[in-house]
Ligand binder design. Structure first.
Ligand code: DC
Length: 226
């Protein structure tokens, strides 16, 4: 089959990464989590003690950031100057740094080519915020995966509690709403559905049902088993 790309965009906590990973497994292609790349940049900025909204200072750091992805049996790992930071990028603080640096035009420009290069490695399911609109506007299948804010906050809350993090539901919801606002209102490549994207609302759906809806859209376009 010819190389193809499936773009999955949507707000925080809609289940993009879980659904995208499983869809990629079923399609036998690579799953690329682009949020991890923004998170790694955020982590680097944090480690350098640079304020994430200091445009000039963050831009000055970009040339020295060495990012790579490796894909193993347990999924994608992201490396920062050779160090596996896949776990370190998952804290609430890293989320805030990622959302803040991802507003900066220099950051988005420097990650654009990198993401496109990853997509050329083969057929991919790529998730993020601007994959269908900016990174891969020619993607064969575009999905906008969403869910109500309460449902997304509940999922994120359950996830963080399961990891032993001491957070309250209100805190998680507030953080989610702040990140939704930050992602949707930035000037460059804001979060929005591409005109040719199919919206899949996962409110009330479990993971299997969400994957099934996404696979259904892919199959209708000729990808995956009928
Ligand atoms: O999907 P995530 O929560 O891991 O993403 C972290 C942040 O990175 C999120 O606040 C928005 C940003 N991001 C982006 O701007 N564009 C992407 N393609 C992916 C993520």
């Amino acid at each position: 089959m010819k190389r193809f790309a499936i773009a999955i965009d949507g707000p925080n906590g809609a289940g993009k990464s879980t659904v995208a990973r499983e869809a990629a497994r079923q399609l036998g292609c690579l799953y690329i989590d682009t949020g991890a790349i923004y998170r790694a940049v955020g982590l680097y900025v944090r480690r350098k003690n640079v304020p994430p909204d200091d445009r000039a200072a963050v831009a000055a750091l970009l040339p020295e950031i060495e990012l790579s992805l490796r894909h193993g049996p347990d999924g994608q790992h992201v490396f920062l100057s050779g160090e596996d930071v896949s776990e370190a990028i998952r804290t609430p603080e890293a989320s805030i740094y990622a959302a803040t640096v991802s507003k900066l035009p220099e950051v988005r420009a420097s990650l654009l080519d990198l993401q496109r290069r990853f997509a050329r490695e083969g057929s991919v399911v790529m998730d993020g915020r601007d994959i269908g609109t900016v990174v891969l506007p020619d993607a064969e299948v575009k999905i906008f995966l969403t869910a109500s804010v309460d449902e997304r906050a509940r999922r994120r809350y359950d996830e963080l509690r399961a990891k032993g993090q001491d957070v309250s539901f209100e805190e998680v919801k507030r953080d989610l709403e702040w990140r939704d606002r930050t992602d949707s209102t930035r000037d460059i490549a804001p979060l929005r559905a591409a005109e040719d994207a199919v919206t899949v609302d996962t409110t009330g759906l479990d993971i299997d049902e969400s994957v099934e809806r996404v696979m259904q859209v892919a199959k209708e376009r000729g990808y995956g088993k009928a």
